[in-house]
Design a protein around this ligand. Structure first.
Ligand code: DX5
Ligand code: ZN
Length: 219
């Protein structure tokens, strides 16, 4: 079986005490943190930008915590430098949001971050195939980006399977509606980076939920 890492999405946690929430997630056993940036254009909502990330970085040094930036923004090139300077580790942008995907990939690498490409549910997996060799991960959305707490779309699993079949070593991330009840679909399809928001952060015991998720995929 594949080893899955679990990265809580803090989108639906108490944003007024985000630093503490992030700390808590790491203490409860998270492997990394998934930070959702929304710009009010690519998706209707707005969350936070690089200044928030910079503040979080002070609370959670690089050695302690991996920041996985999910950039739900139009024209992702705009934020690459700021996010790198703020201490982001990984920059995942949507192929739907940029004209020149290769150029964006190159810029993220030049800024010293790991790079990922994301696809929305309606985007066929074929769209990302030409870029896979040039990126560190592919993010397959399992809900429409824009909000936490939506229902997991298991009909996205064929995309994950296609990627896993062709790229045995690729990091494949899934995001949206993943919980102890749905994680097995993801792991069976071949995903190894598992984002989970509501199920983890809204729980009385995030630790128990993450343990349950790991048990569900036996890692
Ligand atoms: C959706 C975000 C996800 C989401 C995950 O736009 O990209 O990261 O917050 O939260 P849940 O697990 O609640 O779907
Ligand atoms: Zn996300």
């Amino acid at each position: 079986t594949i080893h899955c890492k679990i990265g809580p999405s803090i989108l639906n946690s108490n944003l007024a005490s985000l630093g503490d929430e992030c700390h808590r997630m790491m203490e409860e056993g998270a492997d990394y943190l998934h930070l959702d940036v929304m710009d009010g254009h690519f998706v209707p909502a707005i969350t936070f930008g690089h200044q928030m990330v910079q503040s979080l970085r002070k609370a959670l040094p690089k050695s302690k915590c991996w920041f996985d930036m999910h950039m739900m923004v139009q024209d992702p090139d705009r934020f690459i430098k700021d996010m790198a300077d703020a201490g982001a580790d990984q920059y995942v942008f949507h192929v739907e949001a940029t004209q020149d995907v290769d150029k964006t990939i190159r810029k993220v690498k030049e800024a010293g971050m790991k790079v990922g490409v994301a696809i929305k549910p309606k985007t066929p997996v074929e769209v990302v195939l030409p870029y896979v060799e040039h990126v560190d991960l592919v993010l397959v959305m399992t809900v429409e980006p824009g909000a936490g707490g939506q229902k997991f779309m298991d009909d996205m699993m064929p995309k994950v399977k296609t990627l896993r079949k062709r790229f045995a070593e690729l990091d494949i991330e899934v995001d949206g509606g993943v919980s102890p009840d749905t994680i097995h679909h993801c792991a069976e399809a071949g995903a190894n980076l598992i984002v989970s928001g509501t199920a983890v952060v809204k729980s009385e015991s995030p630790r128990d939920v993450m343990v349950k998720m790991r048990e569900a995929v036996r890692v």
